[in-house]
Design a protein around this ligand. Structure first.
Ligand SMILES: [Ca+2]
Ligand SMILES: [Ca+2]
Length: 613
């Protein structure tokens, strides 16, 4: 039943009807590359389901518990003339997967993130075959369409280069498509009751309530609103002031403030909304910006938006409107230190603004995370009458205004062990075509009864709705609550959806549909002018770049740290003069070469945002 591994180091593979030659880049034992073609494109005559296939499959999360012949397995087997043989190894089981690989075995279709080898290495070692572009075009047109929509970078994920490093029409495996390139993580959340108290109420026709019906949070239904309203930058600064000075909680004590801020050496998603007011992203060093004063393409630390952010942050901190956490942030401390402190500080109910984690808004399950997040952390622990509003972004200064945050993923396509399906070496084009047909149907017809049943099961047995079917939250039963014979495998569908799952918790299904309809990701995210990575620069350029960067970055970082720390401590003299001197020193210390040889180079093309609408 199990496939024998062919122990070949540098191999010559004959894949079904095609004649491909692969070679290893032998010096560094690196990725295999393609040396020659051609390939004969698969044509299936007559009934496409005529031939029967047995397909070995390992894609589930905890398949070791799965009992063969679940309802989803049987439905697919009948419709697609196949017999799935599920391998009972959890894809979190590093030991089991390592044992599988060392015995020379691999399933026909695998999602094996904890296996010892990644997709290029599996190919090189003879475990897997490549996926030709024409197979996507002919048998998985949904996927090919997503590739086109997300060009040019989509074609480079898991792409097998030729011996000159140029992309080819072959892939090491099937790259995941994930939807969160059109989503962002933290959302501005504020106390609406406080806003009203200090004279910044929002007109009712701009407020859309989130309704909740579950046992735990149902009593707070209507106490979180969503709005497209955005306060101007000056108004927002005044709101932070009023939250601090104007007793917004009305208890007669000077015990509240606007929000939490961190030392600027803390460059995290959680800070992107603050930095985004000035058009700069804190969390991603690979963003490059077009600096208007010089016309140069520069990293954040040489971009004037960064200087404006520092000035604003220091001012707000000096006024006490925004405050650091008691223990601040130490760059080498584990995440838990700041994360726990931040959530605890917010839970006191004495803070008016939150960069809330969108996925936990009003979420009743996952209490160990959800109960610590606003707004429910405050409802559950401090003030059950608190009312909140979430809005798209914080506005920057000036008429034209800048605002925004980082899209969670830059691209729809992914690669690496955790984001790739592997295809076993003995899988024929015909068998792969059958798998692609199944996947293609799943993504082109997801709302049919057949696919809804395969993917989610049957209402009453596998899940229940919090409201109207397919338009409200779905509450799924745990494995133990489902009779043994009805338990589903649940991992036949692949991970190729560019849309968020229709199966969300109650609050998120409302929140996210408003987010999509109002095009928050399109309007309120900041894109890099250029973006540093292999896909935008190409292998050769990035290698040269990394070489030069490693020569100069240490000296550059000393200057960056010094300027940032002096700014934060308030010990800069004339800000204009100091900034100009700082930039001059950066250029002299090696930034000039990085800018002229790479960042400004026309071969390094501006970043292209994927189609997110
Ligand atoms: Ca079966
Ligand atoms: Ca007070």
């Amino acid at each position: 039943m199990l496939v024998r591994k062919k122990r070949l180091l540098c191999l010559l593979l004959t894949v079904s009807m095609s004649f491909l030659l692969f070679s290893c880049s032998s010096e560094d034992g690196g990725k295999p590359y393609l040396t020659t073609e051609p390939r004969t494109r698969l044509v299936i005559e007559g009934n496409p389901m005529a031939e029967f296939f047995e397909i070995t499959w390992l894609a589930g999360i905890s398949d070791d518990q799965y009992i063969d012949g679940g309802p989803d397995e049987l439905m697919l087997e009948e419709r697609y003339n196949v017999d799935f043989k599920i391998w009972k190894i959890s894809n979190y089981d590093a030991e089991g997967l390592t044992q599988m690989i060392s015995s020379g075995d691999i399933p026909d279709i695998g999602y094996i993130p904890y296996a010892p080898y990644d997709a290029p290495r599996l190919l090189q070692e003879g475990f897997t075959r490549t996926v030709p572009l024409d197979m996507y075009q002919d048998y998985f047109p949904y996927y090919y369409e997503q590739m086109q929509k997300n060009a040019p970078y989509s074609f480079l994920y898991n792409n097998m280069p030729d011996d000159e490093g140029n992309p080819t029409d072959y892939f090491y495996g099937v790259s995941f498509i994930t939807w969160n390139y059109k989503w962002y993580y933290n959302v501005p959340l504020m106390r609406l009751d406080w806003l009203e108290k200090v004279g910044y109420g929002i007109s009712e026709d701009l407020l859309f309530p989130i309704t909740l019906t579950d046992d735990k949070l149902g009593k707070f239904s209507g106490q979180l609103y969503q709005t497209n309203h955005i306060f101007g930058h000056e108004d927002m600064n005044d709101i932070f002031r009023a939250f601090t000075d104007a007793d917004p909680d009305g208890n007669g004590r000077d015990d509240t403030y606007g929000g939490v801020i961190f030392h600027p050496n803390f460059r995290s998603h959680w800070m992107d909304l603050y930095w985004g007011q000035f058009g700069v992203i804190a969390s991603d060093e690979n963003f490059l910006y077009l600096e208007p004063s010089s016309g140069d393409v520069v990293p954040y630390y040489a971009y004037s938006g960064y200087r404006s952010y520092l000035e604003w942050a220091v001012h707000m901190r000096d006024q006490g409107y925004l405050r650091t956490l008691p223990e601040g942030y130490i760059s080498n401390s584990p995440q838990g230190a700041w994360y726990d402190q931040l959530l605890e500080t917010w839970t006191t109910g004495k803070v008016g603004y939150f960069s809330a984690d969108m996925q936990y808004l009003c979420r009743p399950d996952f209490p160990e995370y959800s109960d610590r997040q606003p707004p429910q952390s405050i409802w559950l622990h401090t003030d059950e009458n608190a009312v909140f509003v979430a809005f798209p972004a914080l506005a920057g200064p000036g008429e034209s205004g800048t605002w925004g945050t980082r899209r969670y993923n830059m691209d729809a396509f992914n690669e690496g062990k955790f984001r790739t399906y592997t295809v076993g070496a003995t899988v024929s084009d015909q068998k792969l075509a059958r798998v692609f047909t199944i996947w293609n149907d799943r993504y082109t017809d997801p709302d049919s009864d057949f696919w809804r049943t395969v993917l989610y099961g049957v209402e009453g047995i596998h899940y229940r709705w919090t409201g109207e079917p397919w338009k409200s939250g779905m509450i799924r039963k745990t494995v133990e609550e489902i009779p043994e014979k009805q338990r589903m495998y649940g991992s036949f569908g692949g991970s190729f959806s560019s849309e968020i799952s229709p199966v969300l918790n109650e609050a998120m299904s409302q929140f996210y549909s408003f987010f999509i309809e109002s095009k928050w990701a399109d309007q309120y995210t900041i894109e890099p002018y250029k973006y540093i990575n292999t896909k935008t620069m190409g292998y050769e350029m990035i290698e040269d770049y990394m070489d030069l960067r490693s020569e100069v970055i240490e000296e550059i970082n000393i200057l960056v740290d010094d300027f940032r720390n002096r700014a934060w401590e308030g010990s800069l003299g004339n800000p204009e003069t100091e900034w100009n001197q700082y930039i001059e020193k950066l250029y002299d210390t090696g930034l000039k070469d990085l800018v002229n040889k790479f960042y400004n180079d026309s071969e390094f093309e501006p970043y292209v945002r994927p189609d997110i609408n």
